[in-house]
Design a binder for this molecule. Structure first.
Ligand SMILES: [Zn+2]
Length: 250
C-alpha cells in the first residue's frame, strides 16, 4: 500500500489528513458560505474533528444554518472519499474545480429539499453578508500546499444564488501570494464577465490593506499582483475590496 496521500501525493496517508488538512480538502472547506474552517483548527484525532462538525464554535444565525453547515460538511467528506477512491482504484486525477462544482450542486439540491427555504438567510455580521442590491459578491480563498497552491473564487448574486465558481492552480506556496492571486482572479473574471458592481471579499487582511495602500507601502512579494488587480478593477465599473475575518481563527 502506498503510504502517501492519494490526492496530494505528499503527506502521509491518514484520515485526518485526507478529510481536513490535505490542501485538496482545505480547498473544498474554503468554499463554505459560513467561513467555518475545520482546517484552521488543531485536531489531534478524528473524534475531535467530528465533534467540530457537529457543534462548530462559530456563530450561526439559527438551526438551519447549523444543519446547512453539517450538510455541506457531509458532502465534502463524501466527495473527498469518492475522489480518493477514484485516485486509488482508477488512477483518475483529482480536479478541484470539478469536485467543488459537484459539492455545491449537491448542496443546493439537498438544501431545497431539506429546508424548503431560500439558500441564503440573513447572517451575523461576520458571516456571509448579502451584497448590496444588484451587486455580485465574490469570496476568495487559497489552500497552500507543499509545492503549489489552489485558489478558489465563489460568486453569488444579491439573493445568494451561486453565479460562478472557479479554481486555479498557482505555483506559489506563500499564503500571501496565493491569497493575492485569488483576489486577482476574482477581479479579472468579473471584469471579463461584465459585472457592474462587485464586492470582493478575502480573509487575507494584508492583501486587502495592500489594495488600499500607497504603492510604496505594498509588500514587495505581492506588489506586481496588486498592481495588476488594481488595473483590472480600474477597467471595471465599480469594485469594493473587503476584508472578512475567518470565524474559526478567532
Ligand atoms: Zn493529501
Amino acid at each position: 500500500m502506498d503510504p502517501k496521500c492519494p490526492l496530494c501525493n505528499a503527506s502521509p496517508k491518514s484520515s485526518l489528513h485526507l478529510f481536513v488538512y490535505c490542501h485538496v480538502a482545505r480547498f473544498l472547506w474554503a468554499s463554505n458560505e459560513w467561513s467555518c474552517r475545520p482546517d484552521a483548527m488543531q485536531c489531534d484525532c478524528p473524534g475531535q474533528f467530528i465533534n467540530f462538525l457537529l457543534s462548530p464554535q462559530v456563530f450561526f444565525h439559527g438551526s438551519s444554518d447549523r444543519e446547512g453547515f453539517l450538510l455541506f460538511g457531509a458532502l465534502v467528506l463524501e466527495q473527498l472519499w469518492f475522489a480518493r477512491n477514484q485516485a486509488i482504484h482508477k488512477e483518475i486525477n483529482f480536479s478541484p474545480n470539478k469536485e467543488l462544482q459537484v459539492v455545491l450542486k449537491k448542496f443546493s439540491e439537498h438544501h431545497v429539499v431539506l429546508f424548503d427555504v431560500p439558500l441564503v438567510l440573513p447572517r451575523h455580521f461576520y458571516s456571509w453578508i448579502r451584497p448590496e442590491q444588484e451587486a455580485v459578491k465574490i469570496n476568495c480563498d487559497a489552500a497552500v500546499g507543499l509545492d503549489h497552491s489552489f485558489i478558489a473564487i465563489v460568486a453569488r448574486d444579491c439573493r445568494g444564488y451561486l453565479i460562478l465558481s472557479m479554481s486555479k492552480r498557482v505555483e506559489s506556496i506563500l499564503p500571501i501570494q496565493a491569497e493575492a492571486e485569488a483576489i486577482n482572479l476574482a477581479t479579472c473574471v468579473t471584469v471579463n464577465r461584465g459585472f457592474e458592481y462587485v464586492v470582493v471579499e478575502s480573509n487575507a487582511k494584508a492583501c486587502i490593506d495592500a489594495l488600499k495602500a500607497p504603492f510604496d507601502e505594498v509588500p514587495w512579494r505581492i506588489s506586481s499582483i496588486i498592481a495588476d488587480t488594481l488595473w483590472w478593477a480600474f477597467c471595471g465599473q465599480q469594485f469594493v475590496f473587503r476584508w472578512s475575518p475567518r470565524e474559526s481563527n478567532k
